[in-house]
Design a protein around this ligand. Sequence first.
Ligand code: MG
Length: 245
Amino acid sequence: MVGRLTVTASIVVVLAAAGAQSQEPGPFPAPKAEPAIVAPGKTSADPPSDAIVLFNGRDLSHWRGKDGGAAKWKVRDGYVEVAPGAGDITTTDKFGDVQLHIEWATPAVVKGEGQERGNSGVFLMDRYEVQVLDSYDNKTYFHGQAGSVYKQHAPLVNASRKPGEWQSYDIVFHAPRFDDQGKVIDRARVTVLHNGVLIQNNVEIYGLTYNDRPALYIAHSAEEPLHLQDHGNPVRYRNIWIRKL
Ligand code: MG
């Protein structure tokens, strides 16, 4: 009896092995295009060879100010600082799906509370805000703190550094798609790392954020500029680069 069981088990093993050998490596054809070669930056904060450097610490040639005029934020010592009252600054280039690296610092001298402390914002496609705020020991509504998709998604964790210290966002953004009638058929999605910590994990953006009604999509072009918010606080930015995906 024992011998017969052993024989049966052996046959099963042999058949299983034969089945494995007859399998193809996968059900899909192998990709035909070889991935392009990109020389990475010296560190992961430095722009790779295919990035567009939007701000290298010296000038605002890639940016314009309110009403399309010159960007009037202050450039010095390798960073640009919000000039309160000057308005948002907007890129001259337009983008759809992107990878974005941006570094920012809220004022070292802490002033104000909640949304009034170190507020700015990174607006993807001129519309969808990843919040910039001093969220170090500063309470506000959770979907309004640093790294939130403003009034839509709180960050997974609060990875904020102290006010005055440089912080980074690495953002992967998938632009929304609209049909011919302007109806959204594929919503925007965003992934954000704050100081290297994952805080938004491919979340769906619900559309434009309003204070008094639910978020809503209004059709726009496949590529739109990026803008940085003047919220009245002297927030600083440096080392801004972007890759079109
Ligand atoms: Mg803001």
